[in-house]
Design a protein around this ligand. Structure first.
Ligand code: NDP
Ligand SMILES: O=C(O)[C@H](O)CS(=O)(=O)O
Length: 486
């Protein structure tokens, strides 16, 4: 099925306490290639009992793992990173087969995912504390940082490699141990990471991967008091459920949820740069990223020209199977995703929008969809309020800077935002006024391991990556020493 150089990377069992295991009841669930519909294999359909064992393994491994020096943990993470790079093509092939994205994009995700392991291997050695001038003579005050403990990570199908390493990298670097539940549609990338972690020498129980019933596994991960931290990437609806489930045990929580990114083109923008940025921001992963542009707000003076140039560029995007060397747009993850895209287009057209390019299922069939540009879109349409999570670029028109900011902020989401302008005063005014965790200014691709990734409002809590990302896996402790004398 998969033409891998190292077939041992394709694992169809879960990884718990350093052992590859089936579900207790022997049940399994199929994993399909979204491009062809073919069954790639199966993974165990585990539930609460197996998850409890994984948590116990992580708890048992924690004392020895946290007792290692930061340098020792960094060395093991570095070996894991080196193995990811050495197996980049195989990891990318597994990813394209189970998620559908073009192979070149999958290779890029492996580098992006590995960068979090590299970055946090370095950050491990810089977990500094504080000394505080004593307010009372004879005392010494210090602050130290310690690992939070056993971490649960629940991750999505759209970045099956990077969304795991963006959590597991800082967790392990901080001295925590982890139980990961990957998306059922894309489990093989997670299991390949477990295979490489074992080869890197990461001790048994430190990194565990369970697949199966989301509700049963999630129920155990959120209720078990041994789990002290939950990190989730996925829909806002599920993030809200998990946050509520964690309340009973007061877990530390990070949420990276949905978005509704505005992409604002002002009349002083470099239009060629804006078109290139819109293509990159809107159509990466066939529009299936939480930071994808969801609404394009274009100032009236450049609306028609921008619409013409963007439509021309979109019409040239190659829709193909991810293993086709020319592929630029792969399939959507499943039929539900196609249904949502079609519903958004139908709603917009019924309320007066015009289809400039695309607008319907692709001739390839299955879950392939034509990259689409809509004009004359208005705020009463579903695409203005809901995350499409597909290859649809809706163009809204605005007159003034104030109107653009008001439209951009008119959403409960606040993850990524983008705007194009060459006026320095406008750049600072708009960047300050946008209610988002991240702002791309004359750039459509801004995600990197060195900067804090995350949102506000219904887009989540906390930050991933950057020097801030490791704090999510640390607890701060204040020591007050008396009787020092002198
Ligand atoms: N912020 C982001 O990066 C992402 C946002 N999304 C948004 O979410 C929408 C739906 O996508 P989808 O993949 O279904 O996202 P979900 O939020 O449903 O799934 C994300 C992860 O959560 C798990 N999950 C689902 N329900 C539960 C539960 N009750 N308890 C514990 N874990 C659970 C899933 O497991 P399983 O796969 O087994 O269902 C998966 O591992 C997308 O259309 C998009 O709008 C989706 C993916 C990423
Ligand atoms: O969840 C996502 O969609 C990713 O976080 C987007 S990115 O980090 O690859 O930009």
């Amino acid at each position: 099925m998969l033409n891998l150089k190292d077939a041992a990377l394709f694992r169809q069992q879960c990884y718990i306490d350093g052992a590859w295991q089936d579900a207790d009841n022997g049940e399994s669930q199929p994993v399909r290639n979204p491009s062809t519909g073919e069954v790639l294999g199966t993974t165990p359909r585990m539930g609460a009992a197996e998850t409890r064992r994984a948590i116990l393994a992580a708890e048992a491994a924690w004392p020895a793992w946290r007792a290692k020096t930061a340098k020792e943990r960094a060395g093991l993470l570095r070996k894991w990173y080196d193995l990811m790079l050495a197996h980049q093509d195989d990891l990318a092939a597994i990813l394209t087969a189970e998620q559908g994205k073009p192979f070149a994009e999958a290779r890029g995700e492996i580098l992006y995912g590995a960068s979090f392991i590299e970055w946090f291997a370095e950050e491990a050695k810089r977990i500094y504390g504080d000394t505080i001038p004593e307010p009372v003579a004879g005392r010494r005050l210090v602050v130290i940082k310690q690992p939070v403990g056993v971490v649960a990570a629940i991750t999505p199908w759209n970045f099956p490699n990077a969304m795991i390493t963006r959590k597991v990298g800082p967790a392990l670097a901080a001295g925590c141990t982890v139980v990961v539940k990957p998306a059922s549609q894309t489990p093989y990338s997670a299991l390949a990471l477990a295979e490489l972690a074992e080869r890197a020498g990461i001790p048994r129980g430190v990194f565990n991967v369970v697949t199966g019933s989301a509700r049963a596994i999630g129920g155990e991960l959120t209720a078990n008091p041994a789990v002290r931290k939950l990190s989730f990437t996925g829909s806002t609806e599920i993030g809200q459920e998990l946050m509520a489930q964690c309340a009973a045990t007061i877990k530390k929580i990070s949420l990276e949820l949905g978005g509704n990114a505005p992409f604002i083109v002002f009349d002083d923008a470099d239009l060629d740069a804006a078109v290139a940025g819109a293509i990159a921001s809107k159509f990466r992963n066939t529009g299936q990223t939480c930071v994808c542009t969801n609404r394009l707000l274009v100032q009236a003076g450049v609306y028609d020209e921008f619409a013409r140039r963007l439509s021309d560029a979109v019409s040239r995007l190659k829709v193909a199977d991810g293993f086709d060397p020319d592929a630029q747009q792969g399939p959507l993850i499943d039929q539900a995703a196609v249904d949502k895209v079609e519903a958004h287009i139908a709603d917009a057209v019924s309320k007066g929008a015009r289809v400039l390019v695309g607008g319907k299922r692709h001739a390839r069939g299955g879950t392939f969809f034509e990259p689409t540009v809509l004009a004359d879109v208005t705020t009463g349409m579903a695409v203005a309020r809901e995350e499409t999570f597909g290859p649809v670029a809706p163009l809204f028109r605005f007159e003034t800077e104030e109107e653009a900011i008001r439209m951009a902020n008119d959403t409960e989401f606040g993850l990524a935002s983008y705007f194009y302008s060459r006026d320095i005063g406008r750049v600072w005014r708009v960047a300050g006024a946008l209610e988002y965790g991240m702002v791309g200014i004359n750039e459509g691709l801004i995600s990197t391991e060195v900067a804090p990734f995350g949102g506000v409002k219904h887009s989540g809590l906390g930050r991933e990556g950057s020097k801030y990302g490791i704090d999510e896996y640390l607890e701060m402790k204040y020591l007050c020493m008396g009787g020092i004398g002198g």
